[in-house]
Design a protein around this ligand. Structure first.
Ligand SMILES: Nc1ncnc2c1ncn2[C@@H]1O[C@H](COP(=O)(O)OP(=O)(O)OP(=O)(O)O)[C@@H](O)[C@H]1O
Length: 674
């Protein structure tokens, strides 16, 4: 309990004494006891013992000299009035002569001063004194303002504004609170309530108090809600501030020397991600030295529990998984036996840990996306989102807004509140741009800027948004050729091609075929005959691993592989076409066997038909490979001509991107007739 010594000149005005005591008890509820002292009654050298002294008048200081020992504890009682009385005074017409009446001339002068100080400047305030009243000086004055001393107002005054006992000013209470060391929530709350009821001259000062109190509360809340243990030490390693988590761990208290972490560690170099074991738990420790100019004034310690960090990681993963922003696969999911794949994975693991842009090259279905996901999950961004975009699958008009997002209402059909683009969704994580070779010139330019600047602008907005992402791009097209032909920006190509990872087609890493088959078939693999295995290994697999996966599914369902697998071999065996690389071809010096265009056309159509059955279409390079397997050598140019013929006759349709050529209903009818 803190003691307040309330010092008056005498006990004449009992009303004021009671009023002030009540007001103080109200603000400092339960924390104080008050004793009133009257100078007129003090014995010479009688000592007043209190934690704070509140004197009612300034001039009392001379008389107090012999009665108090510590002037630091002395506060002058400042006065204020309640807001509701201000309005009554403001209603008195401008320039009116108004008597100010209080219980003594001294308090009257004080009240007059307070009124002026509070902004009552539109009135001509006249301090009342008995002698002038006796001389009839106040005749004709109609108004009087008094703090609860109506009985003293001359009878001639018609209108009295009673402003009640004057309140204790806000700064008096603030000083008291600090001197008594009672800055707790209850007192602060009462003080703020009080502040709202009174008129105060220096409102900036009070707003400052109010705002800094709010700010302090906010900071406390943030620091206490933080998952980290936070401790602030002064230069002597005494605790200045700590949050609840620190209290739980160290049971610390302010001003106790901090003994839990080696002083050398605290005084040494700043630390980040420093492993520390405290109370049998692993922490990641961070220490920052706080300097004022060049001088060390303190240390900020921050400890993150590894267990909590781990839980957060899991939550984050679950969140991203729910939003579909997660990479499912890791390097462990890549099935391989070939050396080339082992090398590839080696390179990928090394670059995964960096933030370099990676370009994964390889035919369709060779596992580019699988590789991209594995890289992401092996990288330091593994807990952040993985956003995959198939640039060929999204119509060009939409792709731009999907990538960069847009502001609300920026174009017809746009969502009202705008939309996050893939770049923003991938923030802190990885953006996988599949089929990058298929993007338009306009998008190439925007993409280049985004990659270079690490900043984007939404469509319809001028605001620049920082994005922290790692880009992995993939393509099955020959980007170098596209660059030469001016179809792909060279600068973008070099930006993307920082670290190239090449995935060979499955026909170039035949060692992987049977392990993959085993993986896809599971138990059913034991039913596959040696002959079938041989056929599988020899087949060219234009759709690569995806096609092998489909063939496995076919086998699991129907107990045999798709017809195309057996057909090809029997035709080769029957020698209906001259095999590729035959003696005749080698001897002729001509790399291309002259072919019957009509029969080649049919073969091409058949290839497209077969591919459409197992896969969504077939690209030219895969088709050349397949035809080659059947002994038909054909150049890319020739194939293009045939394809465009077939398309113009309505037998096939040619799509951009991975789908390549697809057979139409008319084409299927034709094949069936033949
Ligand atoms: N080495 C592998 N081990 C296991 N599964 C694989 C392997 N490579 C590819 N796959 C599987 O084959 C399918 C095709 O792979 P993926 O989609 O990664 O290929 P892609 O090169 O990205 O194809 P596209 O170019 O058509 O997008 C996927 O289901 C993938 O999981």
């Amino acid at each position: 309990m803190k003691k307040i010594g309330l010092i008056y000149k005498n006990r004449e005005n009992q009303g004021v004494i009671t009023y002030l005591e009540n007001a103080l008890y109200h603000i400092f509820e339960g924390y104080i006891e008050i004793k009133s002292y009257f100078i007129s009654e003090l014995l010479p050298n009688e000592q007043i013992e209190a934690d704070a002294y509140l004197m009612v008048y300034e001039d009392m200081i001379y008389q107090l000299k012999n009665h108090i020992s510590n002037f630091y504890k002395l506060i002058l009682l400042g006065r204020s009035i309640r807001k509701e009385f201000l309005h009554a005074m403001l209603e008195i017409p401008k320039d009116t002569e108004v008597l100010v009446v209080n219980d003594s001339y001294e308090t009257t002068i004080q009240t007059t001063y307070t009124l002026y100080e509070l902004g009552i400047s539109h009135l001509n305030l006249i301090p009342y004194d008995k002698e002038s009243a006796a001389r009839g000086k106040y005749k004709g004055i109609e108004y009087a303002i008094t703090p609860n001393e109506e009985s003293l107002v001359p009878k001639t005054v018609k209108k009295i504004v009673n402003i009640g006992y004057r309140e204790i000013s806000f700064d008096t209470l603030l000083k008291l609170m600090r001197k008594l060391d009672l800055e707790n929530d209850v007192v602060n709350r009462n003080l703020i309530r009080h502040l709202h009821t009174i008129v105060e001259p220096n409102t900036d000062y009070h707003d400052n108090y109010y705002n800094s109190y709010l700010k302090g509360k906010l900071l406390n809340r943030v620091v206490d809600n933080s998952l980290a243990v936070i401790v602030m030490l002064n230069e002597n390693l005494e605790v200045v501030y700590f949050n609840e988590k620190a209290n739980a761990l160290f049971e610390t208290n302010v001003n106790a020397p901090f003994e839990y972490i080696d002083a050398k560690l605290i005084r040494g170099e700043d630390l980040k991600n420093y492993p520390l074991v405290l109370a049998d738990e692993n922490y990641i420790f961070e220490k920052t030295t706080i300097k004022l100019m060049d001088e060390t004034i303190g240390y900020l310690l921050n400890l993150q529990s590894e267990k909590i960090l781990h839980d957060i990681e899991i939550n984050l993963k679950n969140y991203n998984a729910k939003k579909g922003l997660i990479a499912k696969h890791t390097f462990q999911d890549i099935i391989f036996k070939s050396d080339s794949m082992a090398e590839c994975i080696d390179v990928a693991k090394q670059v995964a840990k960096t933030d370099y842009t990676i370009l994964i090259r390889g035919e369709s279905g060779t596992g580019k996306e699988l590789m991209a996901q594995s890289i992401h999950n092996y990288s330091n961004r593994s807990n952040a989102p993985f956003v995959a975009v198939n640039c060929a699958a999204i119509p060009e008009t939409l792709l731009e807004s999907e990538l960069f997002g847009y502001e609300g209402g920026s174009f017809t059909g746009a969502q009202k509140n705008g939309k996050l683009g893939f770049f923003e969704k991938a923030h802190t994580g990885t953006l996988f741009l599949d089929e990058i070779g298929d993007i338009s010139a306009n998008l190439q330019t925007r993409l280049l800027r985004a990659i270079q600047e690490k900043q984007i602008m939404r469509i319809g907005s001028e605001k620049v948004i920082d994005v922290d992402i790692r880009i992995i791009a993939a393509t099955n097209s020959k980007l170098e050729e596209a660059v030469q032909k001016g179809k792909f920006r060279a600068d973008l190509f070099y930006r993307l091609n920082v670290i190239p990872v090449f995935l060979k087609s499955i026909s170039q890493r035949k060692d992987d075929i049977l392990p993959l088959l085993k993986f896809f078939l599971g138990k059913a693999y034991s039913n596959v005959t040696e002959r079938e295995k041989k056929l599988l290994v020899e087949y060219q697999w234009p759709g690569n691993i995806r096609q092998l996966q489909s063939a496995s599914l076919y086998y699991k369902t129907l107990g045999k592989f798709p017809e195309y697998l057996y057909e090809i071999k029997s035709r080769t065996a029957a020698d209906s076409f001259e095999p590729a690389g035959s003696a005749r071809e080698k001897n002729s010096g001509d790399q291309r066997t002259p072919v019957d265009v009509n029969s080649v056309c049919q073969k091409v159509l058949t290839e497209i038909y077969k591919a459409t059955q197992v896969y969504h279409g077939i690209g030219r390079s895969a088709m050349i490979g397949n035809l080659n397997m059947q002994g038909i050598k054909i150049s890319d140019g020739k194939l293009r001509t045939i394809l465009s013929d077939l398309e113009s006759q309505g037998f096939i349709s040619i799509k951009r991107g991975r789908c390549g050529a697809q057979i139409t209903e008319k084409g299927i009818q034709y094949i069936k007739q033949v």
